[in-house]
Design a binder for this molecule. Structure first.
Ligand code: OSB
Ligand code: MG
Length: 370
């Protein structure tokens, strides 16, 4: 693949709502869009790093730096045939997974466009429709969470995830069960807000038939999660703790989780996502695709990876219109049936990037050539 030019753009897109988690809140999505140009085609990737290092250690600025200083120069000076070569090229660089994933994802899109096949197909996926859920943030009151649950159940979302933090946890889950019943597919995501000192709260949550509790303990822990899992019947799902297939192997061997959330950015790209998927499948550990409030470009990558067979639990890839007045893909990523998205069949990510919208949201850009 002869890469002629790589463009980096920083976008600020206003969210339609304020999204709050146990680690902070945001109403503007600040991220980087990567465009890789080659022989009349362009591949797109999106960095999911947040502006501040509270979900993980990366930020929009560190991703820009890593791309500019290391990743883009290495890619532009090394001949590559396939996206897996990019994964191998970046392997000596420690961590910085979201920076790697943004560029590797763009190459996957480019590669599948050149082959004339969908990104889902290039990854080996087979589904043509995927089930999706929705992640509801922390709200000022339980009542406001209930209103959102009602709205999104009405849209047919197949899984309701609520964000929790100490002081806003059991009451939320209990109220949802009391209002909407025991059949609602429900889970809670703590984003590492608890410790083993909170065992009582975890045991209370365990009474509500949750599909899983996501990342209750420290972002870098698998030991205490294993201890906690022994005390609960609800499966623990790891998000922040898993950065690669080796982390997945260790967590599964220790019994730290029963489910893994795969985020393409967090694990350094689609190649590593596939490895984790395959390993978990062999171990009988179901996976699902987490979300990072991506624009349509990142969501298209999420849809593609979700077509692999062991993605058996609905992910967090909600529709574009939930997040944006105007997405940067056109048409946006919208439900085709209650709680379902169609997997595009056209080459690559299968969504057209609206360069006018990109221009409107861009606050910084740079072009790189070999
Ligand atoms: O932990 O899954 C998470 C958003 C930002 C950072 C971390 C997380 C999330 C979400 C939102 O849960 C998922 C989405 O709607 O894209
Ligand atoms: Mg999470």
């Amino acid at each position: 693949m002869k890469i002629e030019r790589i463009e980096l753009q920083q976008l600020n897109m206003p969210l339609r709502f304020r999204f709050e988690t146990s680690f902070g809140s945001t109403s503007i999505k600040d991220f980087l869009l990567v465009s890789v140009y080659s022989e009349g085609e362009v591949g797109y990737g999106e960095s999911v790093a947040m502006p501040n290092p509270y979900y993980n250690e990366e930020t929009t600025e560190t991703v820009w730096h890593m791309l500019e200083r290391y990743l883009i120069p290495q890619l532009l000076s090394t001949p590559i045939e396939a996206p897996e070569d990019v994964d191998r090229l970046f392997a000596p660089i420690r961590r910085n997974n979201m920076a790697k994933a943004a560029l590797e994802g763009a190459v996957w899109d480019l590669y599948s466009k050149k082959k004339g096949i969908s990104l889902a197909k290039a990854l080996g996926g087979e589904k043509s429709i995927i089930d999706v859920g929705i992640s509801i943030g922390i709200e000022p009151t339980v009542k406001q969470v209930l209103e959102k649950v009602e709205r999104h159940l009405g849209e047919g979302y197949k899984k309701i995830k609520v964000k929790i933090k100490p002081g806003f946890d059991v009451d939320v889950v209990r109220a949802i069960r009391e209002t909407f019943g025991d059949d609602v597919p429900l889970m809670a995501d703590a984003n590492s807000a608890y410790t083993m000192e909170h065992l009582d709260i975890m045991k209370e949550l365990d009474q509500y038939n949750l599909i899983m509790i996501e990342q209750p303990l420290a972002h870098d822990d698998i030991i205490d999660h294993a201890k906690l899992q022994k005390e609960l019947r609800t499966p623990i799902c790891l998000d922040e703790s898993i950065h690669n297939v080796e982390d997945a192997r260790k967590a599964i061997e220790l019994g730290s989780c029963g489910i893994i959330n795969i985020k393409v950015g967090r694990v350094g790209g689609l190649t590593e996502s596939k490895r984790i998927h395959d390993y978990c499948q062999a171990q009988d550990i179901p996976v699902w695709c987490g979300g990072m409030i991506e624009s349509g470009v990142g969501r298209a990558h999420n849809i593609a990876i979700t077509t692999l067979p062991n993605f058996t639990i609905p992910g967090d890839t909600a529709a574009s219109s939930r997040y944006w007045e105007e997405d940067i893909v056109e048409p946006g990523v919208e439900l085709v049936a209650p709680g379902q998205l169609a997997v595009p069949e056209s080459p690559g990510i299968g969504y057209k990037v609206n360069t006018n919208a990109v221009g409107k949201y861009a606050i910084r850009s740079a072009t790189f050539r070999p």
